[in-house]
Design a protein around this ligand. Structure first.
Ligand SMILES: [Zn+2]
Length: 163
């Protein structure tokens, strides 16, 4: 699933509880921050035609930050920064796992690669999650989900004055 959908998911979930602005930002960012392990795409593109290409995207996307170890690190960070610690940390973990679920169901690449999620990493190599029904990143279910999230975001802005 694309980062915009993850961001909107975080924002919508963050508005399900009575949180401060800071806590809503933390929950929202928790929904998208696992994709920082995809920033290696810049380095990979810049070096792909060199004698020593750096395959940081191919090797590390869905590996470094899409796992339980990163989820724990994220939860501790949110707990340290949040005002309403327990609720904010709980919702951050919810959106983190919704991120993993979204990637699991809707992130197949044009080359049919399914980006397995090593959920128990770095504690274990077991549970590399793949769903055989996974749809492509630009498939209609992702567009529908993103449209619904956008509608929910507009509704929140209308009713609560937050955007
Ligand atoms: Zn992701």
């Amino acid at each position: 699933m694309n980062p915009v959908s993850h961001l909107l998911t975080g924002w919508v979930v963050a508005n399900t509880a009575d949180l401060t602005t800071r806590d809503r930002v933390l929950v929202t960012l928790a929904g998208v921050v696992p994709d920082i392990d995809g920033l290696g795409v810049v380095v990979e593109i810049l070096t792909e035609h060199t004698s020593s290409p750096l395959l940081w995207y191919s090797r590390y996307h869905h590996v470094l930050c899409h796992n339980l170890g990163f989820g724990i690190l994220l939860a501790v960070t949110v707990a340290l920064l949040a005002v309403r610690r327990w609720m904010t940390t709980f919702l951050a973990l919810v959106v983190f796992h919704l991120h993993l679920l979204g990637d699991l169901v809707g992130s197949r690449g044009p080359d049919d690669y399914q980006w397995p999620i090593p959920y128990l990493s770095p504690f274990s190599d077991r549970w590399k999650l793949i769903w055989t029904g996974q749809w492509e990143l630009n498939a209609w279910p992702n567009l529908l989900i993103t449209t619904l999230l956008l509608a929910a975001t507009i509704s929140i802005a209308w009713k609560k004055g937050r955007s």
